[in-house]
Design a protein around this ligand. Structure first.
Ligand SMILES: *Cc1c(COP(=O)(O)O)cnc(C)c1O
Length: 355
């Protein structure tokens, strides 16, 4: 038994619960981690294979080519882009770059389960602001929760796991209300799936609000969850701070090449995103026709606020061959995947429908 004390906060860090995986040999649709149901494109697999022969070398520490490609794509300068091993890691680096011990980080709740973990590890204090019953963030309440001790506000849009995206007008009001020395992180992991015409253009907001950081990822729409690539877009001084806090050589050479290949194949990948969005609408329509009250998802998942029935409902789904993600006592998040998976899921949902 080791007597080495762990940091006291470590005991309070909630465990990240990964989405359920099928048992070895069992067939099931995995709708529990918001993954892209499509396998990588042949051109991306080829890039991964090309990179394999160089893995005795460290990767390009600054992911120069990828950083330039992302900057070019977004219309910003490369010094404004910081890559990392998934945007969850980048969020950790953002918090490490700005939080002093005891600083407050305002976040919506329920939201992404990685947030409380990241905030605690950054020696900061979380201040949770409940989301509305319809799954929307309460931005006025989040602005009102900002105190002199607040260093960061996390805005998850679309919000994982409830689904809605913030609207441009409410976000502008929010940014006007938040002091300029508080960092506003716009976590846009699902931005490619947003079809709400009133959604903001976060990168454009960055030009007007120097206290904004935008987080994006190759994990969801681009289907590279297994390779761990995400990035932050910020003003150069903030970006430099995030870079300083980053793990050196984090993004592997293979991941850099795969992300570059994905940007080159963007048209093809966004066609797949379009198919996922169409499937999301079919899923939402099916649920609503059964009488479910479902939030307006702008992402690749939908939310059922099942409360105490969440875990048993998820078990029933697993028996039927679809793995979903229950949040005990709160609700169930279902990723949009294969058509067959939607069909099975809708059958289970029908058995539990409110009417
Ligand atoms: C999936 C997700 C991310 C990104 O995860 P990475 O794989 O680490 O890039 C970030 N934020 C939210 C809200 C997510 O759901």
């Amino acid at each position: 038994m080791s007597r080495v004390p762990l940091r006291r906060a470590i005991a309070d860090v909630p465990a990240y619960v990964p989405g359920a995986r099928a048992a070895v040999g069992a067939a099931a649709f995995k709708l529990s981690s918001n993954e892209n149901p499509y396998p990588p494109l042949p051109s991306v697999v080829a890039a991964i294979a090309d990179g394999a022969v160089d893995v005795n070398r460290y990767p390009d520490m600054f992911a120069t080519e990828l950083t330039e490609a992302v900057a070019h794509r977004l219309g910003v300068t490369p010094e404004q882009v910081v890559t990392g091993t998934g945007s969850v890691a980048v969020l950790g680096h953002v918090l490490a770059a700005v939080c002093e011990a005891g600083d407050e980080v305002v976040l919506p709740w329920r939201s992404f389960e990685a947030y409380p973990i990241a905030v605690t590890l950054a020696h900061a204090q979380q201040v949770r602001v409940p989301v509305h019953a319809d799954g929307r963030l309460d931005l006025p309440a989040m602005a009102a929760a900002v105190t002199r001790r607040t260093r960061v506000v996390l805005v998850c849009t679309p919000n994982n796991p409830t689904g809605p995206a913030v609207r441009d007008a409410e976000l502008r009001d929010f940014l006007a209300a938040v002091p300029g020395d508080v960092l506003v992180v716009l976590d846009e992991a699902y931005v490619e799936f947003v079809r709400d015409a009133q959604a903001p253009d976060a990168v454009a907001l960055l030009a007007e609000h120097p206290n904004v950081v935008v987080l994006r990822t190759f994990s969801k729409a681009y289907g590279l969850a297994g390779l761990r690539v995400g990035y932050a877009v910020a003003r150069p001084r903030i970006a430099a701070g995030i870079r300083t806090a980053s793990t050196p050589f984090g993004v592997s050479h293979v991941a850099q090449l795969a992300a570059l290949a994905s940007l080159r194949a963007e048209g093809e990948l966004l066609t797949r995103v379009e198919a996922v969005v169409a499937e999301r609408e079919r899923l939402l329509d099916g649920l609503r026709a059964q009488g479910w009250d479902v939030p307006d998802s702008q992402a690749n998942f939908v939310w059922l606020g099942l409360g105490d029935r969440s875990v048993t409902f998820a078990e029933r789904c697993a028996q039927a061959g679809v793995l979903v993600r229950p949040f005990a006592g709160d609700g169930v998040r279902v990723s949009v995947g294969e058509k067959e998976a939607t069909d099975i899921f809708l059958e289970v949902a029908a058995e539990h429908a409110p009417r």
